[in-house]
Write a protein that binds this ligand. Sequence first.
Ligand SMILES: *[C@@H]1O[C@H](CO)[C@@H](O)[C@H](O)[C@H]1NC(C)=O
Ligand SMILES: [Ca+2]
Ligand SMILES: [Ca+2]
Length: 312
Amino acid sequence: MRVFLLLFFVLVSKTLAVPPIDVQEEAVFDTDQVVLDEPAAEEEVVVVEEQTVGANPVQVETDDFEEPEETVEEVVAENPCLNHYCKHGKVCEVDENNMPMCVCQDPSTCPTATGEFEHVCGNDNKTYDSSCHFFATKCTLEGTKKGHKLHLDYIGPCKYIPPCMDNELSEFPFRMRDWLKNVLVTMFERDEENNLLTEKQKLRVKKIFENEKRLSAGDHSIDLLTLDFVKNYNMYIFPVHWQFGQLDQHPVDGYLSHTELAPLRAPLIPMEHCTTRFFTECDTDSDRYIALEEWAACFGIKEQDIDKNLVI
Ligand SMILES: *[C@@H]1O[C@H](CO)[C@@H](O)[C@H](O)[C@H]1NC(C)=O
Ligand SMILES: [Ca+2]
Ligand SMILES: [Ca+2]
């Protein structure tokens, strides 16, 4: 409903790199400000990975920590940390051999959060001032069971999230599917010069765009959405595949990990209380990954319409 509309503006405005539509919305939903991506295994990645939706690492400039030294000669060797990328929660420091290394960031060195919207809630149901504070804390727990289990659950301070009832759960995919379709159509409408969609994708979206029976963007009753899904089922196949491809990036393997799902999940949870249950149940074989087949089934796409070629 409204929630999807807001999230929709954010994703679209982000993708199209236009200024935020509304400052307040941006403030609440701008996932750029919050780190959701949690590159797991690798300690020190030199090449910065391609950015996915909402994965803009908030990094502290290492310069901030250096004492200005008056006595240093004019010829200052290039800072070895300059191009050294550390994962969230770590910062680069130079060892005695002038080699860069990543060490846990002291949470107290994180920029002070300027508002509630910067707070994040961990799966320990503890509110952290910002994602920087969260990942710095997680880093200090590295190697412990507690640290391993700790994840960023959602954006915003921890709050009471009411249990998701069965009837509410069944309505969730209808709203989300409709929303996905509208995101794509809006991208298509605005995608004049930037080539966000490939030619093939554009053709598919064009069909949806030109479909006169299409529901206009906005809030619709579940009855209407249900009817539309039955009547215009074919319009929904591509958007569901497309969103999967957007999330399946690290690595591109046909499975969504918890981390890959985070850019979609984290801003949604505080507003749509069925989000967690929906994605948990989506993983029907409980292997903690959502495969394309599982994803498509969750959104009511028939088995014979699942097509890996639609994902890219
Ligand atoms: C999490 O914390 C919030 C706010 O402190 C509280 O209202 C809520 O009941 C807690 N949830 C759980 C599951 O303990
Ligand atoms: Ca993946
Ligand atoms: Ca699975």
